[in-house]
Design a protein around this ligand. Structure first.
Ligand code: RVP
Length: 486
């Protein structure tokens, strides 16, 4: 019957990138990309919006190293706002929570305070936060030697060099150099203190030269909202999220398409909509979405395909969506099923602009899951957002399931609760991921992501070929940092 004359769809293991003539050294392959229309990244990797993967700690680490963390939505709106603010403040040029001194304090009191707070200087402020002076450990030392009782107002420097809030790192450094100072208070029109820029802070920021930053120099932050959570989206936007991800297991649901469109009209942040897996879904969304996220069932903890019998092998899904997205200039994110760097670069070869990873990062220090020990080996908890555990804490809506008034036994989950080997800092994992992707760019002879997308061609692999791909006929004696047999 025609019903079963069906097209074939492929996934990562079905293909390999065809090696091509190249002069590109992997280290020179540029990984800059777009995750959404207005947000570009130096590293094409996102951490998944899952409650065992991304909260502020992961999002800060991802953004510092050039990627993007997407904070999950299994938390109330207030907590989400705090998590976003933590990311936005992490590497801010201007410190907003400034330790200040009072002109009437004694130098020994201020000395004790600075030690307690771990700072080596403090602006001295009067009523209404007016900046009266600045005092540092060096100012205090001679006073402490001579006697204890002197007031801060005696010891402080009262000709303070200040700047206003739109000072650039370069300008702040120039001020510091010219006046031989290490900190510049930031003041408003009325000379009231609103923040502080420190030399140490500027130098620290330089360490992360790949970091994903917004136009004010703050780290970028993504956040997931449920398909019908317009209020949460608004709150995320107000808190400064750069990209809002409408997080749904089936975003081709027309009610989801409609609300996504409304949310897009209501916020300043970019809006990425997903997940989808077909060209028709891409057509329904591409005229308003700032990005499309692809993945129906490929996730390591996902049982959607088994439970519902539906899904799309991931590489074909990415390629279909990417064809439509390219016509609208909308970036595409491949989400789920990526185990190795080779999978990630294949996803980009099929047309994605960036990849999203769950299990790959779930074992790292920055992921929120708890550490479990089995037979002397360490693991971290990792669970699907459609698992019973995650739905109990509020994740059901992603699966368009209203579980609020249901008993646990009535849940129909689409994910499992699991564990993944403990990995250490996420920085190392990300380094292996990106290095492997650059290696793939080298084999194809592409020096940038757009060029790679153009040049990439695939060959089909048989099951014998798949066996040949992995290490075979040997006993692996030492663990490689970027390979473990599936
Ligand atoms: P993986 O990287 O293969 O672990 O997949 C992570 C992705 O799986 C997530 O970004 C999300 O799209 C999807 N997911 C999350 N929860 C579930 C589920 O419970 N089925 N699936």
């Amino acid at each position: 019957s025609a019903k079963l004359e069906v097209p074939e769809a492929l996934t990562f293991d079905d293909v390999l990138l065809r090696p091509k003539e190249s002069r590109v050294e992997p280290d020179d392959a540029a990984t800059e990309t777009h995750v959404s229309k207005n947000v570009s990244l130096n590293v094409p990797v996102l951490s998944a919006a899952m409650d065992t993967v991304t909260e502020s700690e992961m999002a800060i680490a991802m953004a510092r190293h050039g990627g993007l963390g997407v904070i999950h939505r299994n938390m109330d709106v207030d907590r989400m706002v705090t998590e976003i603010e933590r990311v936005k403040r992490a590497d801010e040029l201007i410190i907003r929570d400034v330790v200040t001194a009072d002109p009437d304090q004694t130098v020994s009191e201020v000395d004790a305070m600075m030690q307690r707070e771990g700072v080596s200087g403090a602006p001295v402020v009067g009523d209404d936060d007016e900046v009266l002076g600045i005092i540092s450990a060096t100012d205090i030392r001679p006073y402490l030697e001579v006697g204890d009782s002197d007031a801060v107002s005696e010891a402080m420097t009262d000709e303070v060099i200040t700047a206003d809030a739109d000072v650039s790192p370069r300008e702040a450094l120039e001020l510091m150099y010219e006046h031989k100072i290490e900190r510049v208070p930031i003041v408003d029109d009325g000379d009231r203190l609103i923040g502080l820029v420190t030399m140490q802070g500027i130098l620290q920021r330089r360490e992360f030269d790949q970091a994903a930053r917004d136009e004010n120099g703050r780290l970028r932050c993504g956040v997931a909202v449920g398909p019908f959570e317009e209020d949460r989206a608004k709150a995320a936007d107000d808190a400064g999220a750069d990209v809002i991800f409408i997080d749904c297991a089936h975003a081709h649901n027309l009610d989801v398409v409609d609300t996504a469109r409304d949310i897009k009209a209501d916020v300043d942040a970019d809006v990425v909509v997903g997940n989808i897996g077909t060209r028709e879904a891409a057509e329904a969304l591409a005229d308003f979405a700032d990005g499309l996220k692809v993945g129906i069932g490929p996730g390591s903890i996902c049982t959607t395909r088994i439970v519902s019998g539906s899904g799309m092998p991931q590489l074909s899904a990415v390629a279909e969506v990417a064809d439509v997205a390219a016509e609208h200039d909308v970036p595409v994110i491949a989400d789920g099923g990526i185990r190795y760097s080779g999978d990630a670069i294949k996803a980009i070869g099929a047309g994605a602009d960036a990849v999203m990873l769950g299990s790959y990062f779930a074992g790292t220090d920055e992921a929120p899951g708890r550490i479990i020990t089995r037979n002397g080996k360490k693991y971290k908890q990792y669970r699907g957002m459609g698992s019973v555990g995650a739905m109990k804490s509020g994740g059901g809506e992603r699966y368009l399931k209203d579980v609020e008034d249901q008993d646990e036994e009535d849940y129909v989950p689409e994910g499992v609760e699991a564990a993944t080997p403990y990995q250490g800092p996420v920085e190392n994992e990300l380094h292996q991921m990106v290095g492997g992707m650059q290696s793939g760019m080298g084999y194809v002879g592409a020096s940038s992501i757009p060029e790679f997308k153009e040049r990439a061609e695939f060959v089909r692999v048989s099951s014998a070929g798949q066996q040949e791909n992995h290490p075979h006929d040997v006993l692996i004696t030492d663990e490689a940092p970027n390979y473990s047999p599936g």
